[in-house]
Design a protein around this ligand. Structure first.
Ligand code: BTN
Length: 326
């Protein structure tokens, strides 16, 4: 009930009478009053004025599933939300859920990860209260070789969600890091369970540096947070909802086409590497190339000094700027 009351208060923006709430939600005035009290206990600022009703004046920056649900306007993303104060890794949790038959859209989100994982077997530092550490489940009807494209779809979703919510110039470093001002703000770890020719499920894990104001020495040069970039603290649950909304939008187009052909332009409009000189790091060595953009499969097209163009696949190579991280 409290999430429904919260949703109405947010949607109306001003005073909503107890009568209107109870009639609209089909519950007693006492049930509304109890819901308001429990929202206040959870940290919401709600003003109650005689003859006018209730008005939401502030929301705590919490990631509780009720708070996220009240922000969501998605069709399936977050249809089931699992919230944890502490967990090993939200990717691990979504895998456990998937093995138990959880539906597409199931979202796990945690305040703290004790064993957060990054790409290439790295750790992902996930301090308490200042980031978004979330993973969700999808079950696309695609062949496993198409799965890497989902990561690019997730990157687009995050970049455009941040642009819309905060007006920051979020860019994508191919294939799926989000950078602001040349520093990494979001990392995405996509993991898959598949047979030879079918995908059982895919876990998309997204780590967003939101409100931290300091980074450990080893990350200071290459990492930043949204709060550092926009100069104020950021409400995390709104951002979760915005990422979900954009993911659904782009993923629908991807599923229809089974390629990025109709998303390529949008992706490239945020691609920080486009037209840039990059180092392509492969198992056979490091080569300097010019990044041209992506093809329909999400591979990066690079050109050598003779004008010869080749494509490189995410997962097989990594790409760095010649002079730094981007
Ligand atoms: C990267 O190396 O850039 C990817 C980092 C992905 C981190 C996120 S945080 C939520 C989810 N759970 C994890 O253990 N990892 C991902």
């Amino acid at each position: 009930m409290k999430e429904k009351v919260l949703a109405v208060l947010k949607q109306k923006g001003g005073y909503v009478s107890g009568q209107e709430l109870s009639a609209g939600l089909g519950v007693s005035r006492t049930a509304v009053w109890k819901a308001v009290n429990s929202l206040k206990e959870a940290g919401y600022g709600i003003e109650s004025v005689r003859n006018r009703g209730y008005r939401l004046i502030s929301s705590p920056d919490v990631l509780l599933s009720d708070e996220i649900k009240s922000q969501l306007s998605t069709k399936w993303f977050g249809n089931k939300i699992l919230y944890f104060d502490t967990i090993d890794s939200t990717n691990n949790e979504i895998k456990r859920q998937a093995e138990k038959g959880a539906p597409c859209g199931t979202l796990a989100i945690a305040e703290f990860q004790s064993a957060g994982r990054g790409r290439r077997g790295r750790n992902w530092q996930s301090p308490s209260g200042s980031g978004i550490w979330m993973s969700f489940l999808i079950k696309p009807d695609i062949s496993p070789d198409k799965a890497p494209m989902v990561t690019l779809v997730a990157a687009m979703a995050c970049a455009f969600a941040i642009r819309e919510e905060l007006g920051l110039d979020a860019m994508i470093k191919w294939p799926n890091d989000i950078v602001i001002g040349g520093k990494k703000t979001i990392g995405i770890l996509t993991e898959m369970s598949a047979e030879m020719d079918t995908v059982n499920y895919i876990v998309i894990g997204i780590g967003i540096n939101v409100n931290m104001t300091e980074f450990p020495e080893e990350l200071r040069r290459t990492a930043t947070s949204l709060a550092l970039e926009c100069g104020h603290q950021v409400a995390r649950s709104r951002l979760v909802a915005a990422c979900g909304k954009y993911f659904e939008k782009y993923y629908e187009i991807f599923l229809r086409d089974k390629s990025l052909k109709n998303l390529k332009k949008t992706y490239e409009s945020a691609l920080v590497n486009k037209g840039a000189d990059v180092s392509v790091i492969t198992a056979d060595g490091t080569f300097n190339r010019k990044a041209l953009g992506i093809n329909d499969m999400g591979e990066l097209m690079v050109e050598d000094e003779t004008g010869r163009v080749e494509t490189v696949r995410a997962g097989e190579v990594s790409v760095r700027g010649i002079y730094g991280y981007v």
